[in-house]
Design a protein around this ligand. Structure first.
Ligand code: NAI
Ligand code: MG
Length: 488
């Protein structure tokens, strides 16, 4: 009880002045069109949908909805551009990609603000993580464009052709970069679709791509929801689909492409294990737990949403974690103090709230710090559940929100078995003083990425991707070139 009082005193005695990022320099049009064949084009059926700001529910702009006809136009433009783009020397292709990277850097602040306005993530993250990493990804693959012969020694890599790319709303610009950069570096042409709640930075990127002078039709950006995505997947003249999103849609796409010549990579959901051993640096581990699950409101496929703490330090870790959670600031995404921004959509908020109910109904012990939410918008307090076990739904299913399920363990073998007891296999984290333990677990955990004494670190040079229901194929690094080439 005494400790809790300390927390209250801490929160009461620390107030922050608001430090909102300015929006004066931001130019957002009332209406956005499709980017097809080097032109901003009206949709054939003239349908538009709204994109809103999840922190106040207000409309930001109208976005064109691409129909099957529009997607067909985009694919045709990409097909027409393919021969010329593939025939360019790697050095020439690289020039355009470098240009895109530099233009993103120049307009980084504008991109960061729009990303936070449209998607709800804290400006601290869009400014320091999303946008720099997106520029970095273009820089990195621009560097590969003229070195493919070294990436694949003694082989002759050829581009696949027209690539359809469908991305989610949790890292809108960054996922566009992850998809476009390697595809372009290897000589493919692209039809890309951003997610319907977060189209704006992809459309701003279309402006930059246009400005880069890249030949028309090499990149086409079509906006819309699931139906538009399905039109790309089902188009007969697309050579490859690259998808990041839910496991459900991933399964649908796998079925839809089965028996066709379309190549496929899927980056789907996750239920990452974050494992804290008794010999870990506890304070750092607590920061790591917070970063693993509360980064980007927990809208992270590789989030550390299952925490495993060794029994001997469990009480201490949980006490420190609760205290740290008390200090997290939930609110205006544009405020530089904010740790947890707005939940991306009403639909996603409902999903998260439903899982919280399920957790309580199944007997989990919930903890949420007191939070003052703004009066409008989609908000969720950082949440943890104690008293849960492997069979609880909140331990098994992806929530995609700021909700952490905590379990304890005694031995290494026990935690390996528990950590692997999931349909997913995307990420894991291991916190210990012993390097050998990290290497041991890296081999035993079924996860595409295992972080040692850190979490949610991304780097353009490092491959990322899943096992099992988390999908297949790798993005980033040398590995990320492979899904975009064939060898004849
Ligand atoms: P979603 O998978 O429906 O959306 C991702 C993208 O796929 C969007 O661009 C969407 O327009 C597109 N899409 C939807 N249906 C499609 C179809 N039939 N064919 C082709 N493209 C289609 O994800 P949603 O509904 O927004 O989120 C639901 C859950 O999915 C979340 O609660 C979360 O658990 C998971 N998710 C995982 C992501 C990840 O990075 N692994 C990203 C987004 C969501
Ligand atoms: Mg939006």
């Amino acid at each position: 009880m005494a400790k809790n009082n300390n927390n209250k005193i801490f929160k009461a005695s620390w107030t922050y002045d608001e430090a909102p990022e300015s929006t004066d320099h931001i130019q957002i049009k009332k209406q956005y069109e499709l980017y097809i064949d080097g032109k901003f084009t009206k949709p054939v059926k003239n349908n538009y949908f709204d994109t809103t700001n999840p922190s106040d529910g207000k409309k930001i702009a109208s976005i064109a909805e691409a129909s099957t006809e529009d997607v067909d136009k985009a694919v045709k433009a990409a097909r027409k551009a393919f021969k010329g783009w593939a025939a360019l020397s790697g050095k020439e292709r690289g020039k355009y990609i470098f240009r895109i990277a530099r233009l993103i850097q120049e307009r980084a602040r504008e991109f960061a603000v729009i990303e936070s306005l449209d998607g709800g993530k804290p400006i601290r993250e869009s400014r320091d993580i999303d946008i720099p990493l997106a520029a970095n990804h273009f820089f990195y693959y621009a560097g590969w464009a003229d070195k493919l012969e070294y990436a694949f020694p003694n082989r002759d890599p050829k581009p696949l052709g027209v690539v359809g790319q469908i991305i989610p709303w949790n890292f809108p610009l960054l996922m566009a970069a992850w998809k476009l950069a390697p595809a372009l570096a290897t000589g493919n042409t692209v039809v890309l679709k951003p997610a319907e709640t977060t189209s704006l930075t992809a459309l701003k990127l279309a402006e930059i791509i246009h400005e880069s002078g890249i030949p028309k039709g090499v990149v086409n950006i079509v906006t819309g929801a699931g139906e538009t995505g399905a039109s790309i997947v089902n188009h007969p003249d697309v050579n490859k689909i690259a998808f990041t999103g839910s496991t459900g849609v991933g399964k649908y796409i796998q079925k839809a492409t089965a028996g066709t010549n379309k190549k496929l990579t899927l980056e789907l959901g996750g239920k990452g294990a974050n494992i804290i051993f008794e010999d870990a640096a506890i304070d750092q581990a607590v920061e790591g737990i917070v970063n693993a699950i509360f980064f980007n409101q927990g809208h992270v496929c590789c989030a550390g949403s299952r925490l495993f703490v060794q029994e001997s330090v469990a009480d201490l870790v949980i006490e420190k974690l609760k205290r740290r959670m008390e200090t997290l600031i939930v609110g205006n995404p544009l405020d530089k103090n904010t740790d947890i921004g707005a939940i991306n959509s009403k639909k996603q908020l409902k999903t998260i709230e439903n899982y919280i109910k399920i957790g309580i109904n199944e007997g989990g012990e919930i903890y949420q710090p007191e939070c003052k939410f703004p009066t409008q918008g989609n908000w969720c307090a950082p949440t943890l559940f104690l008293n849960v076990s492997q069979s609880h739904r909140i331990v098994q299913e992806e929530i995609f929100g700021p909700v952490l399920a905590v379990q304890t363990f005694r031995t290494i073998d026990e935690v390996i078995e528990k950590a692997n007891n999931t349909p997913y296999g995307l990420s894991a984290g291991v916190w210990t003083e012993k390097g050998s333990k990290i290497f041991h677990l890296t081999q035993k955990l079924n996860a595409g990425v295992v972080w040692g004494n850190t979490f949610n670190k991304f780097d353009a040079t490092s491959p990322f991707g899943g096992y099992k229901e988390s999908g297949f194929g790798r993005e980033g690094g040398l590995h990320g070139l492979k899904p975009y080439v064939k060898f004849e």
